[in-house]
Design a protein around this ligand. Structure first.
Ligand SMILES: *Cc1c(COP(=O)(O)O)cnc(C)c1O
Length: 385
């Protein structure tokens, strides 16, 4: 289930496989047409599969459900096509990220992690990696890039969740490779339609497929994608022995959802743009961040590096009570964590122990109509003042 990978320079940068995004999403990972068969075959539910009594597991690709599942392989082909690498899916984003860290890092190694990225990764580094004798260096996504001599792995998260700073992937990859370090990029927020880190020089992509990639708020998924056979083998082996695989139904739902990724992201970005128009003009909203805004500190790097800006905003409403009044008054903004779903949601990150200020809100634009959404947010801001 591998495809020939395009390299930078093979074609127009905005059409990595020669086809535009919507087309690639609709077709990604689908088997060749067979009369009488569905476009996307249904999920295959199996723990053991029948074996050939004489040849045993060598006779067929599927022997046991932990390493082998055809529904999962189709999803991996789809995500691999979009990222431009070979993919392995995991039970969650955390399973993919911690799997990569534990596969690559050994006692005495140094890892550089974002100081402003997904908090569970920092918690894992403090609890587990440091306990194993790995030195953890935290660096801000917006830079400056720390000295990388003696570093084994740099993990970037760009745009970073929740602060939405952006790192220059090609620049960090060049510095890291000069120092003999590997570069991993958490591509959760951007999705492979927003940027293809492997084209920008990263060695491996990790991500949560729970968010915008699948976008229906109904499953957990993670993945890793790479062009390195060595990293792919190590990750595959890690997943086989630790068992962090997604179930067949979740893999099938995820693949089904991928077909609309271009449509969903398009509307989410349009909604983010419409909402920033409202929020930027209000004196009762501070700290507005969206990399698509011309004045945003991340705008220059984001517009050079990214093919589209995700529908995720951050701003501050001052205190926890105003955020609660805002969420109570809004009819189209659900109070929920996570992001990238069909429904617009907002999350006061400090309630989860993130080191953000008490009034800091991360708002994830859904696919509602922009006019309705802007009117609802304006009303809720007025009502909560
Ligand atoms: C949500 C998230 C994760 C973790 O993914 P899960 O699927 O929840 O395990 C990792 N990185 C980023 C940037 C995320 O937003």
């Amino acid at each position: 289930m591998t495809e020939p990978h395009e390299r930078p320079g093979d074609g127009p940068a905005d059409r990595p496989a020669g086809l535009a995004d919507g087309t690639r999403c609709v077709r990604a990972g689908l088997p060749a047409p067979v009369p009488g068969q569905p476009f996307l075959p249904g999920p295959v539910f199996a723990a053991p599969y029948h074996l050939d009594p004489w040849a045993g597991p060598a006779a067929a690709p599927d022997g046991y459900g932990r390493p082998d599942n055809p529904t999962r392989r189709l999803l991996e082909a789809a995500i691999g096509e979009l990222e431009g690498g070979d993919c392995r899916v995991f039970a969650s984003g955390q399973a993919a990220i911690t799997g990569l860290l534990l596969t690559v890092l050994r006692p005495g190694d140094t890892v550089v992690l974002p100081s402003d990225g997904y908090y569970s990764v920092r918690a894992f580094a403090a609890d587990t990696l440091e306990g194993l004798g790995v030195r953890v260096v935290l660096a801000p996504t917006a830079g400056p890039c720390p000295a990388l001599d003696g570093v084994r792995l740099v993990l970037l998260e760009t745009p970073a969740n929740p602060g939405l700073d952006v790192a220059d992937i090609a620049d960090v990859a060049a510095r890291a490779h000069a120092a003999g370090a590997l570069v991993a990029v958490d591509n959760t927020t951007a999705t492979p339609l927003g940027q293809r880190p492997l084209d920008l020089g990263a060695d491996v992509v990790v991500a949560s497929g729970t968010k915008a990639l699948t976008g229906h708020s109904d499953l957990l998924l993670g993945y890793l994608a790479t062009r390195s056979a060595e990293l792919l083998d190590a990750a595959t082996n890690w997943r086989n022995v630790t068992g962090s695989v997604p179930g067949a139904f979740d893999a099938w739902l995820a693949h089904r959802s991928l077909a609309t990724l271009d449509l969903r992201l398009g509307r989410q970005t349009a909604n983010a743009e419409a909402l920033t128009g409202l929020l930027a003009g209000r004196t009762d909203v501070t700290g507005l961040r969206w990399p698509g805004l011309p004045g945003d500190p991340a705008h220059a790097v984001a517009s050079a590096q990214m093919r589209r800006i995700p529908g995720l905003l951050a701003f501050d409403l001052g205190d926890a009570e105003r955020v609660a009044r805002f969420l109570d008054a809004a009819r189209l903004v659900g109070a929920a964590t996570s992001f990238g779903g069909l429904h617009t949601t907002a999350d006061r990150r400090a309630q989860w122990g993130d080191d953000t200020s008490p009034g800091f809100v991360r708002l994830s634009c859904g696919v509602e109509d922009p006019v309705d959404l802007v009117a609802d947010v304006a009303n809720a801001l007025d009502a909560s003042r």
